[in-house]
Design a protein. Sequence first.
Length: 137
Amino acid sequence: MTYMEALYGGQYWEISEKKKDGNLGRKNGNIFLTIWLMMLLVMAYLLIVQIYPPFSRLFNNRNTAGLSGRSAGKLIALLLFGVTYPVVLYGFGTPKKFDGYVQKFLQYPDEVKKTANKKILIPFFVVLVAIFILAFL
């Protein structure tokens, strides 16, 4: 089972078992993948800053137009989401690809299907832990 089959197929399977429209799994999968890619970008930035500290000066002392740090962070996250989501939506999460991932996923036995969440969450938490480690070095 590939990561994409586990992501989209697992979402479809969980939602359809609750007697709801399984196609909502496409939206959930797209949002999850977008957030995961955003976390990878943050991790890459933190890794570059660890390797080459002057890189962080590119973003220091920027005029935030009177926004607090929290508001500026929300704005940056929103902009990053706005850039990343269309890439996921039109690159990985098209209805045609979603249907293909789901059909392949549904062919697996139930024992394999039950491991889909683990297959998705392990890389997510690895990246999350890496971000925390890099942020506090």
